[in-house]
Design a protein around this ligand. Sequence first.
Ligand code: GMT
Length: 373
Amino acid sequence: MNIAIVCYPTFGGSGVLATELGKALAEKGHNIHFITYQQPVRLSGFHANIFYHEVRVPEYPLFDFPPYETALASMMVDVVNNNQVDLLHVHYAIPHAAAAYMAKQILKKQGKNIPVITTLHGTDITLVGRDKTYSPVVTFSMEESDILTAVSENLKEETYKNFKINKPIEVIHNFVDITRFNKKPVDAFKKLIAPNNEKIIVHASNFRKVKRVMDVVQTFLLLTKKIPSKLLLIGDGPERSEIEAFTRSCSECHEITFLGKQEQMEDILPIADLFLLPSEYESFGLAALEAMAAEVPVISSNAGGLPEININGFSGFMSNVGDINDMSKNAIHILSSEETLKQFKINALIQASKFGIESIVPKYENLYKRVLQ
Ligand code: GMT
């Protein structure tokens, strides 16, 4: 099949998932056309059947707000017309689903019926999408998509709760390529981070409020009083400078390192002993799944779709949002003995395997076949 994938190119989970899906489909012989404004971060190297079409919005003095959505819809039309594209798969509803609707209508006038599949990822529904600034357009473009999918049962429920739509929503969980993340830790790297055999704790996110990165720091400070540890904070975003300022002013924070944005998570995760994700909300928590695939147990909140991936007392533990005492208590329990840690590591991998790329990608292929019939 010739498939056009529209996504955000950044480190956010929706862009990561869309890119990994495109790469996996290309491996299976499909031609994949990525349409976005920048090369997706996870799209490196040459793939014979992957094409990247960059959306550019020309500057014009009148445009205080450059019309990206219009440029995107035009690019979709162009890519479909010139590459025998069979379907459009858009990730993250805003503004991709609306632009896809526009492209579909233009193509219809030209005598082509192009199915649109919209995959909802989380904040396009729970934070941003339900705001009245966007809600009417999001509602309409979800209804008009030929197929609507969500990355967790929780996100499906949230969508029906927040939008008046009748459209069926199919849940296809996010996936991970286990073979890529399940690598042997590099001892020299581990030694560099933790020279005295301290435990290595990792958090990775876009440092937005919803991620509650300060809870990560507070949980770590309670934990490290009992078990000598190092905390690696990966990613960047609006909350980083405030949290960095706090860690500079706090005398107990010298074991915390900010690594910034990292493309090769599969090289870092294998040296970790625990992954912290105390988010206010996660539709799924792809970062936690990738950690589990690297045999890293997860201490998370129990918000949103996290209970669908993190199994309490098995692959890690879950606590109520903001309960840093419970999170640190659970972290200490996992790290208290090598046997306990080893068992949780094994369990994390078992749990991640339920979301293996080989079982989830065919679900998208089946969707495509169905919509093309
Ligand atoms: O987590 C973010 O803020 C980024 C966001 C995105 O859209 O890129 O992630 C969402 O989609 C991911 C992939 O499906 C999910 O794993 C994340 O849980 C979800 N984030 C939220 O719901 C906050």
